[in-house]
Ligand binder design. Structure first.
Ligand code: PMT
Length: 399
């Protein structure tokens, strides 16, 4: 399971005997799909080497606030902005007190102050230290500021005491965070997306298709996953890597995409048709390779395929939002508006596929998201950024 797919985590490790558990914590976050950068305080480095956490996270460990080399690679402000979450684990009594005071004289404190991301703190300390009023007051202050405190748990401690103050198990920390972060704009929603081309066979070796790479549809799926949606991708033959956590249904022909879309959209809140669907198929498919020799003219008789997005929009179990894409080469918006109406869609994204730098098989796209009473121009950007903008608009409408 990749509950934290593509989320950027800073793990701040402070000077506790439980620092060795940070190794398992980093592994567990990465197993769950997160990207992890580690900050170690001076105290933490007495208990575990940066090399261990560097090997596990795949990135150099950040240690010093005033290290010009590290600042040149990724400065502390950049690091703080990069993070989707800051997790301090284990957090000592001293590091909690420093957080309360807003101290910024080390890298972890500076990042905690500079990051707009949510902060999670997993305390680990001797049970007497945890029970002391000063610590409890500090913890209450952090909670009042919106910082989540995860743990501690109770049991026998490294110092021989028994009581509350043990670091939560790494998997339990990750599960608690995943639960708290699964509150994206589309949490609890189901989005179905079609992507890529379809193929219509002519004979066992030839087919009719188009230049769709699937990049736009896959970028939309990633944006949906990042927004917490259950995401189903109905994909024609492409070489894109599906985002972790997506349910992928691989199809080839329009008829297969149609059947999969009708079934999946029955439980969907949003259906997005980003696929470049082949509209006509050969009336008959030869079961043998069609030979060239002696053929002067070849005529292909074609029959129409079903219109997938229009059928979803007209179905009894219509998703609340049905969204199409209009691939046009001229009069782009006018044709897109006609399709919005004729297919009974809620939105259509009009893109100009005559422009080689956007649309089919490029990394970028641009266009206008047209609703029944709205129009939002989206300037050229990566398909990933564009997909995020589209999904943000749709989730706002869904409420
Ligand atoms: O895959 P990429 O290389 O990243 O390129 C992205 C893209 C250009 C394919 C994408 O941005 C796009 O425009 N997709 C729609 C392509 C298309 O088929 O457009 P259309 O104008 O022919 O169809 C309008 C809408 O009806 C689309 O949502 C399409 O999925 C849908 N349709 C069309 C025909 C059909 N038989 N069934 C359908 O559902």
């Amino acid at each position: 399971m990749a509950r934290l797919f593509n989320r950027n985590f800073i793990v701040g490790v402070t000077g506790s005997i439980a620092a060795y558990k940070a190794a398992e914590l980093v592994r567990s976050l990465i197993r769950d799909g997160a990207n992890v950068r580690v900050i170690m305080t001076e105290g933490a480095r007495e208990f575990i080497t940066p090399l261990t956490l560097q090997a596990l996270s795949g990135h150099e460990v950040h240690t010093d606030l005033l290290d010009t080399e590290a600042e040149a690679a990724m400065g502390h402000i950049e690091l703080a902005r990069w993070a989707d979450a800051l997790l301090i684990a284990p957090a000592t009594a001293d590091s909690i007190a420093r957080l309360v005071q807003g101290r910024a004289d080390d890298l972890l404190g500076a990042c905690a102050l500079a990051t707009p991301a949510p902060i999670f703190v997993s305390p680990a300390m001797n049970q007497e230290m945890w029970a002391k009023q000063a610590t409890q007051d500090n913890v209450q202050t952090l909670i009042a500021r919106g910082i989540a405190i995860l743990g501690p748990s109770s049991g026998s401690q490294a110092c021989g005491d028994v009581g509350a103050g043990r670091l939560l198990e790494p998997d339990d920390i990750v599960s608690a965070i995943a639960e708290q972060l699964s509150t994206g704009a589309l949490a609890g929603r189901h989005v179905v997306i079609t992507a890529g081309p379809t193929r219509e066979p002519i004979c066992p070796v030839r087919y009719i298709s188009n230049r769709s790479s699937g990049k736009m549809g896959y970028a939309l799926a990633e944006a949906c996953i990042n927004s917490g949606a259950k995401t189903t991708l109905i994909s024609g033959p492409v070489s894109c890597e599906p985002p972790a956590g997506t349910t992928v249904i691989e199809v080839e022909t329009t008829q297969q995409m149609f059947a999969a879309s009708m079934a999946a959209s029955a439980t969907a809140d949003i259906f997005i048709g980003a696929a470049a669907v082949v509209d006509f198929k050969p009336a008959t498919v030869s079961d043998r390779k069609i030979k060239r020799s002696g053929v002067k003219t070849m005529n292909l008789s074609l029959v129409p395929n079903p219109d997938i997005v229009a059928s979803v929009a007209g179905s009894e179990s219509r998703p609340r939002l049905v969204v199409g894409f209009a691939a046009e080469t001229h009069d782009v918006q006018a044709y897109a508006r006609k399709k919005l109406a004729s297919k009974s869609l809620d939105f259509i994204f009009a893109n100009d596929v005559s422009d080689q730098s956007i649309g089919f098989n490029s990394e970028k796209n641009a266009g206008v998201l047209i609703g029944r009473n709205s129009e939002i121009t989206m300037p050229m950007s990566s398909k990933r950024v564009l997909a995020e903008s589209i999904i943000r608009e749709l989730s706002n409408v869904l409420g």
